[in-house]
Design a protein around this ligand. Structure first.
Ligand SMILES: NC(=O)c1ccc[n+]([C@@H]2O[C@H](COP(=O)([O-])OP(=O)(O)OC[C@H]3O[C@@H](n4cnc5c(N)ncnc54)[C@H](OP(=O)(O)O)[C@@H]3O)[C@@H](O)[C@H]2O)c1
Length: 326
């Protein structure tokens, strides 16, 4: 279906539509699709309108602006899965933003990973209009979003959590309240310190193994059988071994999270030295062109530091490919 053949945008308030969903990227699309498939009629918005194509259908309509979406959803719940704080701010408070259309009593559930302080600021600004806010960032990546296996870390007032929970339960495995507004984002940052940090450390281990002339496949196999075993190494092993980084969680988003962790730590008087090193590696991977690749491409930064050629350079070498670098 092309953009021209999409169903027309919703004309205005629609009593049959109770739930909005904004942001149909790598995570948002499967979450919205699963919510619609569970029987919830949806009104969706995405900045790049063509991404509504995969979702539009009898029970999924699309809206041209967040303000129109908010008007149509009325006092209902809108979930949003955007990339970062500035994107959420634009969605909420832009010229045709959500806050200009939502009536008092509406509930906005922010699923993105953003700064807890930003969440609290958004909640306070929305509260001036009587609009409710929860942060419900997601643990788990695109595969778990597809299979309804994600965890939501939820921060908000108890009655708002009660309102949003039944929707989240339709698209995730666990819905975990962790405190007031911002606590969900805080928990997510703590989680990502480990998931991104372990991935960076795994990359460093594999780079060391290459430097010690160990067989890469055997190394991964033995790591997964020993004390260094981790869910992240398990999930990223294939990408590490192939040195191909099909995007699941983009390096630039992982770097965004590490910056948020560093900022949150500085505010809270904590040091996060290993996080800072992981962020530097990600900086290098992004500078080398891996920003849109999966963040397991952090391996390329560790290998480059050791002078290992990129896969492309290896392929172009006179003696051809075939040297497994890790
Ligand atoms: N990918 C993962 O594995 C994963 C796992 C857990 C949590 N997260 C978190 O989930 C969030 C979304 O990640 P993702 O991987 O789905 O990212 P993504 O694929 O890059 O999608 C980002 C979404 O945000 C929209 N957007 C970006 N800037 C915007 C703006 N200024 N105004 C309006 N919309 C804007 C994009 O719209 P367009 O389509 O127009 O670009 C797209 O819908 C991030 O906070 C990320 O850290 C990701």
């Amino acid at each position: 279906m092309t953009a021209a053949t999409l169903p027309p945008p919703s004309p205005g308030p629609d009593a049959t539509i109770a739930v909005g969903f904004a942001g149909l990227g790598a995570m948002g699309a499967p979450l919205a699709r699963n919510l619609a498939a569970s029987g919830v009629p949806l009104l969706v918005y995405n900045r790049t309108q063509s991404k509504a194509e995969a979702l539009a259908g009898p029970s999924v309509k699309w809206s041209p602006t967040p303000r129109d979406l908010a008007r149509s959803v009325g006092k209902g719940v809108t979930l949003a899965m955007l990339s970062d704080g500035p994107a959420v701010k634009a969605l909420l408070f832009g010229r045709a933003g959500y806050a200009r259309g939502a009536p008092a009593g509406a509930l906005f559930a922010n699923l993105a990973t953003i700064d807890p302080e930003e969440s609290r600021a958004f909640a306070a600004r929305l509260a001036e209009k009587g609009i409710h806010y929860v942060d419900a960032p997601v643990g788990g990546s695109t595969d778990l979003a597809e299979s309804r296996g994600v965890t939501f870390y939820v921060g908000g007032e108890a009655e708002d959590v009660v309102r949003v929970r039944p929707l989240l339960e339709r698209i995730g495995r666990r819905v975990e309240p962790v405190g007031g507004v911002g606590a969900g984002n805080a928990m997510k940052l703590v989680n990502n310190l480990l998931t991104i940090g372990i991935t960076a450390l795994s990359a460093e281990a594999l780079s060391l193994a290459a430097g010690l002339s160990l067989d890469p496949k055997r190394t991964v196999e033995l790591l997964l059988a020993g004390g260094g075993r981790s869910t992240m190494l398990e999930r990223k092993a294939e990408r590490f071994l192939a040195r191909q980084y099909a995007p699941q969680f983009a390096s630039q988003l992982a770097r965004k999270d590490l910056k948020l962790i560093e900022r949150a730590a500085a505010r809270g008087g904590r040091t996060v030295r290993m996080t800072r090193e992981a962020r530097r590696l990600l900086d290098e991977a992004i500078a080398a062109g891996h920003g849109a690749d999966d963040f397991s491409s952090v391996l390329e930064a560790t290998l480059a530091r050791a002078g290992t050629p990129t896969p492309a350079a290896q392929d172009a070498a006179p003696d051809g490919p075939g040297v497994d670098a890790v």
